[in-house]
Design a protein around this ligand. Structure first.
Ligand code: GLN
Length: 311
């Protein structure tokens, strides 16, 4: 019976859409076909057998969404959301779409901040006098996210580490606005600033006072243009290309900001491309400011981030 729950019509439409998307080279075509059906029905995590009755205009609206995806518009731009750890984040064109591998980078920062919060021992004398105490008094951990984009890491730290004082810095006005919008919508407290990591005075009030500095900077080299149209044609170049022949100009500026901002014993975590592990470890080592410099892989086993402790 058309329009009944778990309607075979919906199954047929999703199967057809899956074939169209697979033909266009969309990775995970079926997952996307189901997600677009859920979006059209206003049911974010649609389970086909539990689908509501289809409204009369469903197939036309669904076809239009599938066509956008067939043309390789990112799924997250079409649905307007991306899942990141425990959060459903608003996503907009013009701002980098959060990636699953960055959830692992956030994990390391969250673990470090949680360890401080649990111990209740943020070293005294390092929180600058100008810093505003949180409602609960001293911060459980002072965390800074540089090159924050739409804020997935900063927002996740604020969500998962109660009492953490989180500051996000982002160069693009669109990223700053989106991080603020997400923070407001989710009721999370994150200070969001427009700023360039190459500025020597960036966050000067936190010099030597940061417990955890985390970053997913742009790092793609100029000659490694991404193959996926979703990335190449839709993520902003500012968020992709790190500058210099090796793509590590902005990451190196992040390293130097970490040298300045972290307190002794503070944790540094920065994402990079799989092939950059050795070069990034060398850059971190060259500052002479860190110990325990090591590479951590993401959930697919790819070298994904450098982790180090400020001396
Ligand atoms: N990880 C990005 C990509 O997959 C590269 C840039 C970044 O994350 N900072 O395209």
């Amino acid at each position: 019976m058309p329009g009944s729950p778990g309607s075979p019509d919906l199954r047929a439409l999703v199967t057809g859409a899956t074939a169209v998307l697979a033909e266009a080279g969309v990775p995970s075509a079926r997952v996307d076909a189901v997600a677009l059906a859920g979006h059209a029905l206003g049911v974010p995590n649609l389970v086909l057998v539990m689908a509501p009755p289809l409204p009369p205009d469903f197939s036309a609206r669904y076809a239009a969404l599938v066509e956008r995806r067939r043309l390789r518009e990112p799924l997250q731009h079409i649905t307007g959301t991306a899942a990141f750890r425990h959060l459903d984040l608003t996503v907009r064109p013009g701002v980098f779409v959060p990636r699953p591998e960055t959830e692992t980078v956030a994990q390391v920062a969250i673990d470090a901040a949680q360890a401080l919060a649990a111990a209740g021992t943020v070293p005294t004398g390092v929180v600058p006098s100008g810093a505003v105490p949180s409602a609960e008094g001293a911060a459980a951990a002072v965390v800074v996210d540089l090159c924050a984009g739409g804020g997935p890491i900063a927002l996740s730290v604020a969500d998962e580490v109660p009492g953490a004082r989180v500051t996000a810095v982002e160069l693009s006005p669109e990223g700053v606005a989106l991080t603020r919008a997400n923070a407001d919508r989710l009721g999370l407290e994150v200070r969001v600033l427009a700023g360039d990591v190459r500025q020597a005075s960036l966050l000067a009030e936190l010099d030597g006072a940061v417990d955890v500095l985390v970053s997913n900077p742009p790092y793609i080299p100029p000659d490694a243009v991404p193959i996926d149209p979703e990335v190449r044609d839709h993520d902003p170049d500012l968020a992709l290309y790190g500058g210099g022949a090796d793509g590590l100009e902005v990451p190196r500026a992040v390293v130097w900001a970490a040298v300045r901002l972290l307190r002794p014993g503070g944790t540094f975590v920065m994402e990079h491309a799989e092939v950059q592990a050795e070069a990034v470890r060398a850059d971190v080592d060259a500052t002479d400011a860190f110990t325990d410099i090591h590479t951590v892989a993401d959930l697919t086993g790819r070298d994904r981030m450098v982790v180090a402790t400020r001396r």
